[in-house]
Write a protein that binds this ligand. Structure first.
Ligand SMILES: NC(=O)c1ccc[n+]([C@@H]2O[C@H](COP(=O)([O-])OP(=O)(O)OC[C@H]3O[C@@H](n4cnc5c(N)ncnc54)[C@H](OP(=O)(O)O)[C@@H]3O)[C@@H](O)[C@H]2O)c1
Length: 324
């Protein structure tokens, strides 16, 4: 089968011919129709998890994918059961076994997959797992409620656009950072206010509009150094969630803030509820770049360079790709 692999850290992703993997107990083999691209995919190549777990090379890249079940290993007691021919989506990355979703066939634990609703196409489903689950978990993680004011810092990208919609859908007043070209889209998605991060420091602009402070922040872009200025916008006991491990828990607690570093957990129930929201039109996923599997390396370079205004999807099997 065709798969996009790296042979070591810091090497260029390339197309390889690998055997189709076989599912073990609790695992499902999926014929991938489309794979979703996330910043984490290039971060893995740069060794983001190098100190935490062993990696098996050649390593098939990619976490997110959607496709059709080919076969399933013996399910564990609590595993959902999948039958051949069912349409599924979820997270496939297992760096310790060299497995990922940028391939014609991929294996996921049954516990990381959900069925696709009838009207959801594969490309949209492939774009959903990591960004959607992150947005869901981060909004929940702030504890913000109706009428409270939430800044989404990094709102113009894949996670940010989903977070804006999920928060606004709960009656939270959302301030979204953006470039001028994407401001109208973010307002359409539910942002009550936008802040042009290309025009000046975000913290200064938000402080001017909210001199008494805001209730919560989802920070998708700041480093551990940059996040202090953003956190200074919070009212006492305000909540800040970092997607990039930028919160120093003790220091933020000492400042009277509720800080956390969260990692998306794409549980089947979360995936199913996100898919339902997409199907009902309550969550719009903007796919701003869709290319064939062969162009994975260039697609990763593109999101690394910035200017992501939505999700990137690799079409693995064009015949399945847009089917419902
Ligand atoms: N913890 C987790 O479980 C988890 C899960 C998903 C994602 N993440 C992380 O969350 C981050 C966002 O992910 P994503 O998929 O949404 O990435 P993305 O699609 O690349 O979006 C990032 C967005 O942030 C914008 N941006 C860059 N610098 C900014 C600044 N200073 N102020 C405001 N906006 C700025 C970018 O615009 P430009 O391109 O113009 O710079 C881009 O639109 C990534 O670092 C990713 O690794 C973490």
């Amino acid at each position: 089968m065709r798969a996009v692999v790296v042979t070591d850290f810091h090497t260029e992703p390339s197309l390889a011919d690998l055997p189709v993997p076989e599912p073990g107990p609790g695992e499902v083999l999926v014929k991938i129709a489309a794979a979703g691209v996330n910043p984490f995919d290039w971060k893995v190549v740069e060794g983001a998890m190098r100190d935490a777990v062993d990696h098996l090379f050649p390593l098939v890249l990619g976490s997110d994918g959607a496709g059709t079940v080919i076969s399933a290993g013996e399910p564990g007691l609590t595993d959902p059961r999948f039958e051949p021919g069912e349409r599924v989506f979820g997270q496939f990355m297992d760096v310790q076994r060299g497995r990922g979703s940028y391939a014609e066939y991929a294996i996921a634990p049954a516990a990381k997959l959900a069925r696709l609703p009838d009207k959801l196409d594969f490309a949209t489903a492939a774009a959903l797992p990591t960004a959607g689950a992150a947005a869901h978990d981060f909004v929940e993680g702030t504890g913000a409620g109706p009428g409270q004011c939430l800044l989404v810092n990094g709102a113009s990208g894949g996670v940010g656009q989903a977070a804006v919609q999920l928060a606004a859908g709960q009656g939270i007043r959302v301030i979204a950072t953006t470039d001028p070209d994407t401001a109208a889209l973010l307002r359409e998605l539910g942002a009550a206010e936008t802040v042009d991060f290309t025009a000046g420091p975000t913290d200064e602009q938000v402080r001017e509009a909210h001199p008494d402070g805001i209730d919560a922040v989802i920070d998708l872009v700041s480093t551990a150094v940059e996040i202090d200025a953003i956190a200074s916008l919070l009212k006492p006991n305000g909540a800040i969630v970092s997607a990039n491990g930028a919160v120093d828990l003790e220091r933020f607690a000492a400042r009277g803030l509720r800080g956390s570093n969260l990692y998306a957990n794409a549980r089947p129930a979360t995936l199913a509820s996100l898919a339902e929201s997409v199907q009902r039109g309550q969550l719009r996923l903007r796919i701003d770049h869709e290319v064939p599997l062969e162009e994975a390396a260039a697609a990763l370079d593109r999101i690394k360079a910035g200017r992501s205004r939505g999700k990137t999807v690799l079409v693995v099997d064009a015949d399945q790709g847009r089917q419902m």
